[in-house]
Design a protein around this ligand. Structure first.
Ligand code: NAD
Length: 504
């Protein structure tokens, strides 16, 4: 995404221009400033959106606050759930179009974005179904003539700040439970991929949601920073880099807002000697080369038992060399470009430094020579060996198609290497021994462990990280609690006054 005020970007190039949605109105920012979004496959600008300002966040938060106490707040939970299910039906119709937009915005394969959009309505059906099942409790009275009960009330206005890699999926992780809980939302999509969120916003209007329930403010980090620091935002749901997440948490602390953070990862994919090597090969590829490695759960560290190290690497390298790079929209393409020029430069930097440090680049390690790919931000599927666990390539999140391979000799060593990270988002375990599968799954400090599979996510399984990978959980029954306040109500049934100097 480029700032439209830069000299090499003329103000009006006939690109499709989008507006933000604030309080039911489609609008531009007051100054008229725009951002231009770039197609990573062609490197060309393809759409423009408002470059929002903190004042736009203020307006969106005011609209969201008004909706909380207005029409939305007075709907029954069952009606709220009904609107969410209507939204799911509309999403089923418009999914293919939204998937195409998303591919153009972030360069992900159409088969990946289509898969995500196919499953997205389930989030709104599932959480819509939960809306009227948020029941309180009536704990037994601990004193005569006392009646106590609890209520789960919406936490208030939710600010959702999002990255570029899976815009609508990661947004729905937040918006679906927030709406089910009765909250209203202000969404800030990534400045690199704002268009699918703006198109998605139209479905809220069509489904019949009252104005102000779902607001979108486009723009850069200034917009995100205002959401995180806004005193009327009761909860910030953030997905993005660990660095930005820490700043969001600090800002939210100033007004004691709730925070869920879904941050980076350096996830281990562990292959034991007794694993099915064909299946493991495919799981290793899914972990690091699917989505060009631009996923928070990328299995970027391959830990392999020494007995199968050579055999597995032979298979993984052979398959990596045949991965088809190309147009994200073409059905035969297996890997698309990196999402931005900066991301490509970051990936190149990691591999160049690894080479300079004497590590072995077994395959890839450069931009492809194919002239047809020259305009896009492509990098070859890359496999690096020889790194110890303390090398930056084994420790830092690269967010690109770079796999670091580390051998191990015992189960204990594998677990120790797997846990030797500040992150803890995902992990893969490949073994045919059911006892080992459970032992290792329990020993690894990560929010999701996949046994003989990798990169699975659904609406009803909790998702989140240990350590610097984040705090809180999205998806599953627990997620809705992240968007509610529990209130205890105490009723004195006796009608008598009590001793003012005795508690309880
Ligand atoms: P990023 O942190 O640069 O940006 C994410 C969002 O935060 C953007 O909308 C950005 O404008 C905004 N932002 C940036 N700085 C901010 C600040 N100081 N205050 C408020 N908002 C701010 O991340 P990105 O480059 O868009 O995405 C890649 C990162 O996201 C990777 O680190 C990846 O691991 C992480 N990610 C995590 C998950 C997960 O669920 N754990 C999923 C996808 C991506």
């Amino acid at each position: 995404m480029a700032d439209d005020q830069s000299p090499d970007m003329p103000a009006d190039r006939g690109l499709p221009s989008h507006q933000m949605l604030i309080g039911g109105d489609w609008c531009d920012t007051e100054t008229g400033a725009r951002l231009t979004t770039v197609n990573p496959y062609t490197g060309e600008a393809w759409a423009m959106v408002p470059d929002g300002r903190p004042g736009d966040v203020d307006a969106a938060v005011a609209a969201a606050s008004a909706a909380l106490t207005g029409q939305w707040g007075s709907l029954t939970a069952t009606r709220r759930g009904g609107l969410m299910r209507r939204l799911a039906d509309l999403l089923r119709e418009r999914g293919p179009e939204l998937a195409r937009i998303e591919s153009r915005d972030n360069g992900k394969l159409l088969r990946e974005t289509s898969g995500q959009l196919d499953s997205l309505p389930d989030w709104y059906d599932y959480f819509g179904g939960l809306a009227d099942k948020l029941e309180g409790a009536t704990p037994p009275a601990t004193k005569p003539d006392l009646f106590t009960y609890t209520r789960h009330e919406p936490v208030g206005v939710v600010g959702a700040i999002l990255p570029w890699n899976s815009p609508l999926l990661l947004m729905s992780f937040k918006v679906a439970p927030a709406l089910a809980a009765g909250c209203t939302v202000v969404v800030k999509p990534s400045e690199q991929t704002p268009v699918s969120t703006l198109e998605f916003a139209r479905l809220f209007e069509e489904a019949g949601f009252p104005p102000g329930v779902f607001n979108v403010v486009t723009g850069g980090r200034e917009v995100g920073a205002r959401i995180a620091s806004h005193p009327d935002v009761a909860k910030v749901a953030f997905t993005g880099s660990t660095e930005a997440g820490v700043q969001v948490m600090r800002s939210a602390a100033d007004h004691v807002a709730r925070v869920t953070l879904e941050l980076g990862g350096k996830s281990p994919n562990i292959v034991f000697g007794d694993a099915d090597l064909e299946a493991a090969t495919s799981g290793v590829l899914a972990g690091i080369f699917a989505a060009t490695g631009q996923t928070c759960i990328a299995g970027s560290r391959l830990l392999v038992h020494r007995s199968v190290h050579e055999a597995l690497l032979e298979k993984v390298v052979a398959r990596a060399r045949t991965i088809v790079l190309g147009d994200p929209a073409a059905p035969e393409t297996e890997m698309g470009p990196c999402a931005t020029a900066e991301q490509l430069a970051k990936v190149e930097g990691f591999v160049d430094r690894a080479r300079a440090d004497g590590l072995t680049v077994l395959s890839g390690g450069r931009r492809p020579e194919d002239a047809a790919l020259a305009r896009g931000y492509f990098y070859e599927p890359t496999i690096v060996t020889g790194a110890s666990s303390d090398h930056e390539i084994a420790r830092e999140e690269i967010f690109g198609p770079v796999l670091t391979v580390i051998p191990f000799d015992t189960e204990e060593e594998a677990v120790a290497i797997a846990n030797d990270t500040r992150f803890g988002l995902g992990a893969g375990v490949w073994t045919s021994d059911v006892k080992r599968a459970h032992r290792v799954a329990h020993a690894i400090r990560a929010g999701s462990v996949w046994v003989n599979c990798y990169r699975m996510l659904t609406y009803n399984m909790p998702f989140g990280g240990y350590g610097m990978s984040g705090t809180g959980r999205e998806n599953g029954l627990e997620a809705i609690r992240e968007y509610t306040e529990t209130k205890g109500v105490w009723i004195n049934l006796s009608g008598e006054s009590r001793d003012p100097f005795v508690m309880g």
